[in-house]
Every structure is written in C-alpha cells, then in structure tokens.
Design a protein around this ligand. Structure first.
Ligand SMILES: Cc1cc2nc3c(=O)[nH]c(=O)nc-3n(C[C@H](O)[C@H](O)[C@H](O)COP(=O)(O)OP(=O)(O)OC[C@H]3O[C@@H](n4cnc5c(N)ncnc54)[C@H](O)[C@@H]3O)c2cc1C
Length: 301
C-alpha cells in the first residue's frame, strides 16, 4: 500500500524545504522525505557547527592581543569536550528556533523524517525504511553533497568534516585536502587551536572561485599564521625512517613534502573534497536494473 502525491521532495536541507514549500504554494500535494533530521548539512553538520568552532577560534586569536590593549590574562586552551557540547547545544537551539517540521506541516506538506535513505523502486515510487512506499508524478532531488574519500591507499583512515564532531582530542597536526571555503574554514580554526596545519590545494590558489586578490591575501595571511600551504601538489610521501614511498602508485597525485616534514600525529585527509551530490546513491539501486530503458535517469545522474 503506497501513498501518492503530486510531488515528492527528497532531502530536508535548505534546498528541499524551500522546494517543498514552493511546490505546495503552487497547489501540489507534497511529501518531503529526510533520512535523518531536517535542516540538512547547514544546521546539523556544516555551517552552524563550524560557526561555533570559528567563534571559539576567533576568541583564541583575540586573546593573543591582550597585552597590546593593557589586558592581563592567560591565553586560553581548548577543552574539546566542552566546545563540542556547545556545538550540540547550538544545533538544538537552532532546531527549536526554526521549527521546520511545524512550518512544513502547517503548509500541508507530509514530512517523513528519520526514515533512512529513500531509494527509487521504479520511476514513480520511492521506498523508505520499513518498506514504506511513496508514489509521485514528480520528484525533486535535494540530497546535498558529501565528503568524498580520495582514491588513495589509506584513505579509509582519513577523516572528513563530519568526524570532527566526535573527536575526543585535537590532533597535533593535520593535513587538510582542499583549499576552498570549507577547507579554509577548518584550516583557520584548527590553526587557532594550536594544531599544525598543512593545507593542500590542487589548484593555483586558495578560494580560487573568489577574485585573485582575496585568494592572495588569504594565502599570505594563512602563511603568516604558520600554516603550510601547497598548491598543485605532487606528493612523494615517504616514511622518514625507511625512506619508503608510502604511496608509490599515486606519486603524481600528491605533494612534494619538504625536508622538514614531521610525521603527522593526526591525519585529517580530504574533509573538504565534495562529491557533487547524493543523487547517485538514491538512484543507484534503480539505475542498475533499469538505466538502459529509462534514459531520463541518466540525465539526473
Ligand atoms: C563544514 C561545512 C561548512 C559549511 N559552511 C557554510 C557556510 O558557512 N555558509 C554557507 O553558505 N554554506 C556552508 N556550507 C555549505 C552548506 O552546508 C550547503 O551548501 C547546504 O547545506 C546545501 O543545502 P542542500 O539543501 O542542497 O543540501 P543539504 O543541506 O546537504 O541537505 C540534503 C539533505 O538530504 C538528505 N538526504 C540525502 N540523501 C537522502 C536520501 N537518499 N533520502 C532521504 N534524505 C536524503 C540529507 O540527510 C540532508 O539532510 C558548509 C558545508 C560544510 C560541509
């Protein structure tokens, strides 16, 4: 037995919530399906929690200037457990403030939250956990993105930004791969927390979607703060004791680490290399069987 709607929106982040409200406004019957919590990456896993860390980092940096302003006090240190508790509390208060479920329901949208991955069973049916089946004429996929693991040996040991929220200690040093907005945010925060930061960007500059001056100033400022930044990397990562190349098959893909490279205690790899979307995961079960006969799914892919 399945429920039928004009439109089903998959994903309860900012894009999905906006799409559902607009479709409803235009008169469609609408269901929104979210595998975990409404609010998406921005509220639960990305912008908001990162802003809390950024605020703590800013306070730490400001404390470095106490003496310039006649202030007497010790430089703070990070209590990661308390800081992450603050992150969780901020997320909770955002949920309370936004009341997304209430707004969706008030608009007449049927919201399925915490229902696990929605998967297509055929071109008009999605299946949720518990074999709940929903049908619609149209689907809007707003499934967001996810951090991608790089295709290198050892990538399974690397962390991504979501793993930050369950760290119990700060690493002594990190390698961050990706020098766009998210990579720069995390690099800046961890540097302020006293972590030794290596930032690798395969393009020619940090924030390379911004104008050249912004990119240049960021790079200069990060280097001034002690971060090690490498562009267009070619990695020849060697074990210092044995001289063995750790990634022989991928030499071309990484950075040529300088002589003074210290073995890293904590290695935070590719937190910021995004897969474009989660759409493929939603479609994949269906695609395997039906892609040949339904070319429209190739377009979505
Ligand atoms: C660390 C970090 C910091 C960021 N900081 C900023 C910032 O400062 N400013 C800014 O503008 N942007 C920031 N972003 C980017 C911002 O979070 C995204 O641009 C935004 O969340 C995209 O919204 P969305 O609705 O498209 O996707 P998302 O917010 O990712 O929402 C997608 C939703 O779809 C759900 N979903 C996925 N697959 C399925 C499925 N099969 N079934 C059911 N549900 C599914 C997911 O659970 C998720 O809730 C940051 C991102 C990260 C990772």
């Amino acid at each position: 037995m399945s429920e039928t709607f004009d439109v089903i929106v998959i994903g309860g982040g900012p894009a999905g919530v906006t799409a559902a409200l607009r479709a409803r406004e235009l008169g469609a019957t609408v269901a929104l399906v979210e595998r975990s919590e409404l609010g998406g990456t921005g509220t639960n896993d990305g912008c908001a929690p990162t802003r809390v860390l950024a605020k703590a980092a800013r306070l730490m940096r400001e404390a470095q200037h106490f003496d310039e302003y006649g202030l007497i006090g010790q430089e703070p240190t990070v209590d990661l457990e308390l800081l992450l508790a603050r992150v969780r509390q901020t997320i909770r208060s955002l949920h309370e403030k936004k009341q997304l479920l209430f707004h969706l329901q008030r608009a007449g949208i049927v919201a399925y939250t915490g229902v696990g991955q929605a998967l297509f069973a055929d071109e008009s049916t999605v299946v949720l956990a518990g074999n709940v089946r929903l049908q619609a004429k149209k689907f809007i996929l707003c499934a967001g993105g996810r951090a991608r693991h790089l295709p290198i040996p050892g990538a399974e040991y690397a962390l991504n930004h979501s793993d930050l929220w369950s760290l119990t200690v700060l690493p002594r040093s990190v390698v961050i791969i990706g020098g766009a907005a998210t990579g720069c945010q995390l690099a800046s925060i961890l540097n302020a927390f006293g972590v030794e930061v290596w930032l690798l960007e395969r393009g020619g500059g940090l924030l390379d979607k911004e104008d050249a001056l912004t990119s240049e100033i960021m790079t200069r400022s990060f280097r001034h703060r002690g971060m090690r930044i490498h562009f267009t990397w070619i990695l020849d990562l060697r074990d210092r004791r044995t001289g063995e190349n750790l990634y022989p098959a991928f030499r071309h893909a990484f950075i040529d680490l300088p002589q003074d490279f210290e073995p890293l205690q904590g290695l935070l790899l590719d937190p910021c290399v995004n897969d474009p979307d989660n759409t493929h995961a939603i479609l994949s079960a269906y695609l395997t069987e039906y892609a040949q006969c339904h070319p429209q799914f190739e377009v979505l892919r």
